[in-house]
Structures are given as structure tokens and as C-alpha cells.
Design a protein around this ligand. Structure first.
Ligand code: NAD
Ligand code: IPM
Ligand code: MN
Length: 355
């Protein structure tokens, strides 16, 4: 089990440290962790946010555990040198096209949701976000308009192969879950979305057991707070998926809770919390590490064939929360490391750690 460990910036190292404690406590045979520099930390040390050495570590690993990148002190840099290029570069270079972002109610935390508890309690959805295309990777730049005005542009584009492969990922996921897929687009306005919708309908022919519906993204944003329990699997493009997943996090209770997996066609995966480097709280030791700890669980399940270990981590997180462990984002006073302690204590309660 060769794991690349890219902590990154801001709260990244703080939350990764707790996930590493949990992984080590499981005493998994053959576990090796190799650290690499990403983001502003890498730019400061090497002049580039995603050094070749880091990319080599990533390629040689079975899975990558990623913290977060981003540093407002880098806002002046040219785009290709900004810390965010580390995560974008890893997604592109490794072909990590399928971003799975589960959002599920945690019974102990329904009161933390921005929604009424009875609405929040019904949440059990999976956002399948396309991660290699859209405005993120289209042609972008600056130019002058005919009137001599400065103009910025980012091309939104998807080809049919990109849409069909993410659609298949989503249909497969829906088949394993409740059998319902909602494709979210803006086909009433965008040609990219019309192509998206046409291709999703074509792929649906191979999945007659999955019930497919289409929804415009503005309506989806509204339905996500009106009745999030009505969703099973959502499939959407890179930009819409980015926004809807942050929104889904507050439906569950905190951005510090949601984990994610980013997978390529070979099954290799990068695992990271959906949140960023949180510069406003970085260095204070108060970040919630659960999203990263739960990302480590997703890593064990999806990339390292250790579903039992993943179950143990998820159960330990639930136990810690049942016992009242709360970081500041959850209305409590526990610091990052103390939340790690609470998860480790719950793991120990489960029995022999070496089992
Ligand atoms: P953010 O997710 O970093 O923070 C948004 C808000 O949520 C902040 O108030 C922050 O304190 C809070 N928050 C986030 N994670 C938390 C946690 N674990 N515990 C408690 N509170 C938490 O988003 P932002 O402020 O818009 O972006 C900050 C930087 O992070 C930017 O540079 C951005 O580009 C980057 N970013 C990186 C990633 C990534 O590495 N994958 C993801 C999102 C944003
Ligand atoms: C995320 C982040 C990234 C994205 C940024 C940091 C490039 O917001 O992982 O959700 O937009 O995909
Ligand atoms: Mn995001």
C-alpha cells in the first residue's frame, strides 16, 4: 500500500496529521507513506506548485491523500504558478475524471445543518462531479474587445467521450445505491449542456434499471435546500459540481465533514476533503479534521481494498460525534488534535487495533 501524502497549505498539514494518526493506529500491513510538496509550500521551496518530483511520487503510488492548497499570498502570481495548479495539475496529469462527493446525514449532527433537522436527517446523496473538463480546462485568457476593453474568457466545452465516461460512472453508482440518477445541467441556455444531456440519455439505454431525470442547475441548487433527501446520485459538470458540493456540505452540517475521491480509468485515486486551505483559521489548530479522516477511509475502501478498515474509521468518527466531540465549526471547542484523539479513542474501543 504505497500512499502519497500531499499536505499542502493552510490547514492542509493540520488535518492531514490527524488522518495519518488514524491510518497508523489501524496498523495496516505494508502501509508506506511518502510525503510530497504541493501548492504554495512547493512554490516557495521549488518555484513550482506541482514539482516533477511530486508528480513522480503521485504516479508511483497506489493512492494519494491530499490536504488542501491555496494561499492568498500567492494571488499576485501568474495563473500557472498559483497553488491551485497543484490539484488541477494532479487531476489532469493522472486523468482523475470522476470526483465522488458523498453527503450523508450524521444523526448526531442534524442540529448542525443549516436546514431544519427533519429535512437534514433525510440526506443520503452522492455528487458525481466531472473533473477533467468544463471551464476549468478550456482555453482561457485575456484579450481586447473591438472597443478596446479588457476581456477575460474561459471556454466551456465537453466532448461526448468525456460526458459518456462520467455518465457511466454515475449510472454504475446509482445502480449500487437507490437506482436514481439526476443529471444537472443548464441545457436551456448552454450548448455544452445540451450535448451533455443528449449523451446522458444515450448512455441511459444501457442502464434500464436506473431512473434518470434531468434538472437545471439553478433548480437543483434550490431543491438541494428544499428537499435534499429526494436526491440519490447527482451527475454534473466540473463547475456546477464544485458549487453544489460546498452547498451540500452545509446541508449535512459543516464543510469540515465532506470527503471525496477522484478516480481515473485505471482505478487510481486521489482522496481529499472538499474544503480548501481555510486561511482564515490556518495555524490556529482549530480546523475540523473529520473530512480528511473520512477521505482516508474512502481511500482504503476504493483504492486499497481495505473496506473493513474503512468501516472501522467511519464507525469511530460516528462514535466520537455521538459522544459529543465537536470542533468549532460544529459549535464546540475541541481543537483539531483533540478531535483526532476522540477518533483514536473510539477506534481503540472497537477492540484490538492490530486485528
Ligand atoms: P475554504 O474551503 O478553504 O474555506 C471556506 C470557509 O470554510 C472558511 O471560513 C474556512 O475557515 C471554513 N473551513 C473550511 N474547511 C474547514 C475545516 N476543515 N474546519 C473548519 N472550518 C473550515 O474556501 P475558501 O476560503 O474559498 O478558499 C481558501 C483557499 O483554499 C483558496 O486559495 C482556494 O483556492 C483554496 N481551495 C483549495 C481546495 C483544494 O485544495 N482542493 C478546495 C477549495 C478551496
Ligand atoms: C475543490 C476546489 C478546487 C476546484 C480549486 C481549489 C481548484 O474548490 O476541490 O472543490 O475548484 O475544483
Ligand atoms: Mn470547491
Amino acid at each position: 500500500m504505497k500512499i502519497a501524502l500531499f499536505a499542502g497549505d493552510g490547514i492542509g498539514p493540520e488535518v492531514i496529521a490527524q488522518a495519518v494518526r488514524v491510518l497508523r493506529a489501524l496498523d495496516l500491513p505494508g502501509l508506506s507513506l511518502t510525503e510530497g510538496l504541493v501548492g504554495a509550500a512547493a512554490w516557495r521551496a521549488t518555484g513550482h506548485p506541482l514539482p516533477n518530483e511530486t508528480l513522480a511520487i503521485a504516479r508511483a503510488s497506489d493512492a494519494i491523500l491530499f490536504g488542501a492548497v491555496g494561499d492568498f499570498g500567492c494571488d499576485h502570481l501568474e495563473r500557472h504558478l498559483r497553488p491551485e495548479q497543484a490539484i488541477l495539475g494532479l487531476r489532469r496529469e493522472l486523468g482523475l475524471f470522476a470526483n465522488l462527493r458523498p453527503a450523508k446525514a450524521i444523526p448526531a449532527l442534524v442540529g448542525n445543518s443549516a436546514l431544519r433537522p427533519e429535512v437534514a436527517a433525510a440526506i443520503d446523496l452522492l455528487i458525481v462531479r466531472e473533473l477533467n473538463g468544463d471551464v476549468y480546462f478550456g482555453e482561457k485568457g485575456r484579450r481586447a474587445t473591438s472597443a478596446g476593453l479588457r476581456q477575460g474568457y474561459d471556454l466551456m466545452a465537453y466532448d461526448e467521450a468525456e460526458v459518456s465516461r462520467i455518465a457511466r460512472t454515475a449510472f454504475e453508482a446509482a445502480r449500487r445505491r437507490q437506482g436514481r440518477l439526476c443529471s444537472v445541467d443548464k441545457a436551456n441556455v448552454l450548448e455544452t449542456s445540451q450535448l451533455w444531456r443528449d449523451v446522458v440519455i444515450e448512455v441511459a439505454a444501457d442502464y434500464p434499471e436506473v431512473e434518470l431525470e434531468h434538472m437545471y442547475v439553478d433548480n437543483a441548487a434550490m431543491q438541494l435546500v428544499r428537499a435534499p433527501g429526494a436526491f440519490d446520485v447527482i451527475v454534473t459538470g466540473n463547475l456546477f459540481g464544485d458549487i453544489l458540493s460546498d452547498q451540500a456540505s452545509m446541508c449535512v452540517g459543516s464543510i469540515g465533514l465532506l470527503a471525496s475521491a477522484s478516480l481515473n480509468e485505471g482505478g487510481q485515486g486521489l482522496y481529499e476533503p472538499i474544503h480548501g486551505s481555510a486561511p482564515d483559521i490556518a495555524g490556529q489548530g482549530v480546523a475540523n479534521p473529520l473530512a480528511t479522516i473520512l477521505s482516508a477511509a474512502m481511500m482504503l475502501r476504493h483504492s486499497l481494498d481495505s473496506g473493513a478498515a474503512a468501516d472501522r474509521i467511519e464507525a469511530a468518527v460516528a462514535t466520537a460525534l455521538d459522544h459529543g466531540a465537536r470542533t468549532r465549526d460544529l459549535g464546540g471547542t475541541l481543537e483539531t488534535e483533540a478531535m483526532g484523539d476522540a477518533v483514536l479513542a473510539a477506534l481503540e474501543q472497537q477492540g484490538s487495533l492490530a486485528a
